[in-house]
Write a protein that binds this ligand. Structure first.
Ligand code: IMP
Length: 206
């Protein structure tokens, strides 16, 4: 089965495909055909769930089968939950990961409370109709200088205490096993597996 996704973020796509290999059975992940030609909808929601649902419903109209969209970001306690849904554009429109990370380091200079979490909401839809949503989080602490070359986004600043390393210092498999996106993806694949294997009670007699 092909499951379509709606992301142009190469880091996310790598994680989607790794999760499909690990937990997805026969499921293959493909970007929705012609994604770069489809005008992107404005992300106006103030929660990850609102944005994920809006993206999934919108892009599923262009997909020949079920499609999921993820909305994710970093919530920093000392910044009242910022950058949150604005994580991708924290340092302004057109800002890249390095700009966003620099701004975050700046805003947290001298701040003692370093606790933060990544949140991911995945919405699954087909032909313009929402099917289900899945959420995952990971708690960590923000460093004042980047460490590691793997991952993407804020990973080099995000220390995961049980590993004693940032999410940019661990392997893709180690990140996926504990990350917000890994947890949400796993929940989605488990849901899809339940849908495709009818429960014993649903069997017809004879
Ligand atoms: P979205 O495309 O609106 O969901 O933006 C997500 C943004 O949140 C990314 O561009 C990153 O800045 C940040 N983010 C989300 N997930 C991760 C992650 O796993 N690692 C690092 N940064 C992330």
């Amino acid at each position: 089965m092909t499951l379509y996704c709606a992301t142009t973020n190469a880091g996310k796509l790598r994680e989607f495909r790794l999760a499909a290999q690990k937990f997805g059975g026969e499921i293959r992940i493909e970007p929705v055909p012609g994604l770069s030609q489809i005008p992107a909808p404005e992300e106006t929601g103030r929660t990850f769930a609102e944005n994920a649902i809006a993206k999934a419903i919108y892009y599923s109209r262009f997909a020949p089968g079920p499609l999921f969209a993820d909305d994710s970001g970093l919530e920093v306690d000392a910044l009242g939950g910022e950058p949150g849904v604005d994580s991708a554009h924290y340092a302004g429109a057109g800002a890249g990961d390095a700009d966003n990370n620099r701004l975050l380091i700046e805003r947290l200079r001298g701040v003692a409370n370093r606790s933060a979490r990544f949140v991911c909401v995945i919405a699954l839809a087909e032909q313009g109709k929402l099917i289900e949503t899945f959420e995952g989080t990971i708690e960590g602490r923000l460093l004042d200088a980047p460490r590691g070359e793997n991952g993407f986004g804020y990973d080099p600043l995000f220390l995961y205490p049980p590993y004693g390393r940032t999410l940019a210092e661990v392997s893709p498999e180690e990140k996926l096993a504990v990350s917000h996106r890994g947890k949400a993806l796993r929940a989605m694949f488990e849901f899809l597996a339940r849908l495709s294997s009818p429960s014993p009670g649903a069997r017809t007699a004879g």
